[in-house]
Design a protein around this ligand. Structure first.
Ligand SMILES: NC(=O)c1ccc[n+]([C@@H]2O[C@H](COP(=O)([O-])OP(=O)(O)OC[C@H]3O[C@@H](n4cnc5c(N)ncnc54)[C@H](O)[C@@H]3O)[C@@H](O)[C@H]2O)c1
Length: 383
């Protein structure tokens, strides 16, 4: 199959993970150029990863050799830059969030249709080994009919590790637009679309102290709620409780569990690509009533690990969604993080924000199919 020339826009923290992973795992993607609003940052990244061309944004968009641009700029620039990339006639894979309103998302996607280019968006972690394995086990009925999910993304903020953490605390970011995308896209990919959303937010700290980077030792203002409790009602009738926080030092809550009428599946963290799912089945619970053996007793309290069914590249790999986009270009088909999926996930995120601000249930208008699953054993490069 064809090799695709890729340009990276935004040469910050996550660009290094994309570059390392694309070089290691996706040889059909050739990162030919990188660009940043700060020219030295593009040069530095190009030197570090032997990228041929270090550019300004304008130069990147003018380069006719570049087919796909990966937009890794901070959230507030995504809509504007994605439009410019599309206007330049290039396919775009954008980091999350795609947009801060459904209207904005539609504008970008309509422009892409007009220009005949494809759009993909992170998170693509639901395409990775761990979550595709969960999808396979769910679809084979290992826990019967799912009826409830608990998802708990409860961490402390990025100021302990990110050199420029300001954007996490802007009014259009916070955990809803930074972390919820991983959970919402995993839930939609595993269990289908969302019908209703209700949420509540809190802002325990009005300032955050920076621990690393040039501004270490100073405080920044917090312009967004940093802790949320959210309920999602899925079209399938499944109930989801989703807790999101940048304020929690430590918790033992499970990160992601799906409950069905025949058991429970537990997954380590939808923010990551790998991770071994575990299962607990109804039989384990019932057996000891009839069968008073040591084996039955031993099984009673235990989750069992389920093998991952897909080639496992790395726990925290980036680029699989770009690979999927490139394959969709080759095969002239829809990519898995395509239009309807993007619109639906964007609306759910915006719906959480609206519900929190208005104190009302938000009724979701968009819907989508679950993105096509991978075949167990399938190599990621052959998506
Ligand atoms: N850091 C992570 O671990 C991580 C993980 C997953 C996703 N993301 C997402 O990736 C995106 C970038 O995050 P990051 O942590 O790499 O941020 P960062 O601040 O480290 O890097 C962003 C880069 O974009 C450049 N930039 C800013 N405005 C620009 C513009 N208008 N044109 C061109 N370049 C511009 C900046 O100079 C900077 O080099 C965000 O949307 C974030 O949500 C980050």
């Amino acid at each position: 199959m064809q090799r695709h020339n890729v340009g990276i826009l935004g040469c910050g923290v996550i660009s290094r993970t994309y570059l390392a992973d694309i070089k290691a795992f996706y040889p059909r993607l050739n990162v030919l150029a990188c660009a940043d609003v700060t020219a030295e940052l593009a040069k530095k990244l190009a030197e570090e990863f032997e990228v041929e061309r270090a550019y300004t944004t304008e130069e990147l968009l003018k380069d006719e050799d570049i087919e796909i641009v990966i937009n890794l700029t901070p959230p507030r620039f995504h809509v504007e830059l994605n439009k410019r990339i599309i206007e330049a006639g290039k396919h775009v894979f954008s980091e999350k969030p795609f947009a801060h309103s459904l209207e904005q998302a539609r504008e970008v996607l309509n422009l892409a249709k007009e220009k005949g280019v494809k759009v993909g968006c992170a998170p693509d972690t639901f395409l990775s080994s761990g979550l595709q394995s969960v999808r396979h086990y769910l679809d084979t009925g290992i826990i019967g009919k799912p009826f409830m999910v608990t998802a708990n993304m409860m961490i402390f903020g990025a100021e302990t590790w990110h050199p420029n953490p300001g954007f996490f605390y802007e009014d259009n970011c916070g955990p809803v637009f930074d972390m919820a995308p991983y959970y919402v896209s995993a839930i939609v990919s595993l269990l289908g679309p969302v019908e209703r959303v209700v949420g509540f937010g809190a802002r325990p700290n009005k300032k955050r102290h920076l621990y690393v980077g040039d501004k270490a030792g100073t405080d920044i203002d917090v312009n967004v709620d940093t802790t949320y409790t959210v309920l999602l009602y899925l079209r399938s009738g499944v109930l989801v409780n989703l807790n999101l926080s940048f304020d929690i030092y430590k918790t033992d809550l499970p990160m992601f569990e799906i409950f069905g009428d025949c058991g429970t599946i537990s997954y380590p963290d939808p923010n990551f690509g790998g991770g071994t799912p575990k299962v607990y089945r109804k039989e384990q619970f019932i057996d000891p009533i009839f069968n008073k053996t040591k084996e039955a007793e031993d099984r009673h309290d235990k989750f069992y690990e389920l093998p991952e069914l897909f080639p496992r590249v790395k726990d925290y790999s980036r680029g699989i969604g770009v690979m999927d986009l490139a394959t969709a270009i080759d095969k002239k088909k829809e990519n898995r993080t395509g239009e309807n999926f993007i619109l639906h996930v964007t609306e759910v995120l915006c719906g959480i924000r609206e519900s929190v601000s208005k104190g009302q249930i938000y009724e979701v208008q968009t819907t989508c199919e679950r993105p096509e699953s991978l075949t167990p054993g399938q190599n990621i490069d052959c998506l």
